[in-house]
Design a protein around this ligand. Structure first.
Ligand code: ACO
Length: 438
């Protein structure tokens, strides 16, 4: 990498294959972490594209929201460490931080939390949408449809070029997604929908909408609300992962934010992404007993077997996922508070973690527990059914998605996302050589 002494701008020179040409590409400095080679003009200058399936070396955007150093287990939002945020802030404070770049002062925090509460109810007509789904629908299927359907209710206020409309859409989405999620659960068990309660915090209200019934008074357990607050904060944003990239790409065409978040939810649903916490519990249930752990560890190591240890490994963290550290502590707090004695799944999880962390296969590949390894166990302790786990993730991540979408829409360099391809199909051939030829 060369540095121009006059302008202090770095660049790289590459020689273009099949020609004697050399070109210079600028390097854009990151404030932390890897800088990037700006290849925007590569095609115009050389006629070549770059090829990077899975985006292993490609930055898809410029962002100021979240910083991850996977080798050192670091996750920061707007410069603040995730552990500090998760142990000291409310979810709505972190939402404010993600959306606006700074932590709120006391009056800003109250104003923002109130604004969220004032948008937490959903249109009554949405009840009919829910009633169209089979009762046994997967709640993620309901969420993909319900969240995207919000665009039908705010159609006249969805000019994405208008900054005020964008701000209000973000508030609406963050406020309504817990209500929609709790409704998906209530619908699946045949209980009446519970309206939001503006006297409660974001996480308290979610527990209330999930577990209250009209026939009885529901009292929120503060330790459970605190655990949920942490879970929401820890899942709020995670840089340019698959679902966030889906949100940015679908939003880049100018599509409305509710439809865009529907696309994000669809992407999150996959087992390699948000579906992993559900898969962790299924795996622990399948293992069934500590004596069977080694069988599953061996299966995970067997290259002829597609089985992977769910909740282990991460594309970016090649060290302990810092979110898993917070959740492990939170897990122990809940065990104490709820007086849980013999939770066989928790026992299996702890033993599995110990075995995997000491196994050369996992050590060599830097496969550590990720956030989903513990989140499923905690959701289970909170009484949240397995099918709702990925929905919980979507509720929390909606904030990050909106922050990333807003940042993209505010970016003067913003263009419709349009990747190119390496075409390896047939070259030109003639229809006349086929049964369709005349
Ligand atoms: N169990 C066993 N082996 C694994 C696992 C696992 N969970 N994860 C990765 N490996 C192995 C791979 O087989 C590969 O081995 P090899 O080098 O001998 O071929 C090596 O580790 C590298 O794996 P990749 O798949 O190349 O890593 P990648 O970064 O692409 O994958 C992923 C990351 C998808 C998360 C993967 O670790 C995985 O499938 N984990 C289980 C699912 C999971 O927990 N997902 C949640 C992610 S966190 C989130 O979305 C919030």
């Amino acid at each position: 990498m060369a540095k121009d002494n006059v302008s202090n701008r770095a660049s790289v020179r590459i020689s273009v294959p099949f020609t004697n040409q050399e070109i210079e590409l600028p390097v854009i400095q990151a404030s932390e972490g890897p800088s990037v080679i700006d290849i925007g003009e590569l095609y115009a200058k050389t006629g070549l594209f770059t090829y990077d399936p899975g985006f292993m070396s490609t930055a898809s955007c410029r962002s100021t929201i979240t910083y991850i150093d996977g080798d050192n287990g670091i996750l920061r939002h707007r410069g603040y460490d995730i552990t500090d945020l998760a142990t000291s802030a409310n979810f709505t404070d972190v939402a404010y931080l993600l959306l606006y770049g700074e932590l709120p002062n006391k009056s800003e925090a109250e104003k923002f939390a109130t604004e969220i509460k004032q948008h937490s109810m959903v249109h009554e007509q949405l009840h009919f949408l829910y009633r169209g789904f089979p009762r046994h629908s997967h709640p993620m299927a309901v969420m993909v449809g319900a969240v995207a359907s919000l665009s039908a209710f705010y159609h006249d206020y969805l000019d994405v070029r208008d900054r005020t409309q964008r701000e209000i859409s973000a508030i609406r989405l963050i406020a309504k997604i817990p209500t929609l999620a709790a409704m998906a659960y209530k619908y699946s068990i045949g209980q009446p929908f519970v309206y939001p309660d503006n006297n409660l915090s974001y996480s308290e209200d979610f527990l209330h909408m999930m577990f209250a019934v009209p026939a009885e008074k529901y009292k929120v357990n503060p330790v459970m609300a605190d655990a949920l607050n942490k879970l929401f904060i820890l899942h709020a944003d995670h840089e340019q992962n698959a679902s966030t990239s889906t949100v940015r790409l679908s939003g880049s065409s100018g599509a409305n934010p509710f439809a865009v978040i529907g696309a994000g939810i669809a992407s999150l649903w996959g087992p390699a992404h948000g579906g992993a916490n559900e898969a962790v519990i299924k795996m622990l249930e399948e293992i069934g007993h500590a004596s069977r752990i080694q069988i599953y560890v061996n299966k995970a190591k067997d290259k002829g077997d597609p089985f992977r240890l769910m909740g282990f490994g991460h594309r970016v963290y090649k060290n302990y996922d810092p979110r898993a550290t917070v959740l492990k502590a939170s897990c122990y707090e809940l065990v104490k508070e709820l007086g849980i004695k013999d939770d066989h799944l928790l026992d299996i999880a702890l033993k599995l973690e110990e075995i995997a962390l000491n196994d050369p296969y996992f050590i060599e590949r830097k496969l550590y527990p990720n956030v989903d390894f513990y989140s499923g166990i905690i959701y289970r302790m909170l009484g949240i059914p397995t099918q709702m786990f990925t929905v919980m993730f979507a509720v929390a991540r909606a904030t990050g998605w909106m922050a990333q979408w807003k940042e993209m829409m505010d970016d003067p360099e913003q263009k419709i996302g349009r990747p190119r391809q390496l075409y390896v199909g047939q070259t030109k051939r003639e229809l006349r050589d086929t049964p369709f030829g005349k």
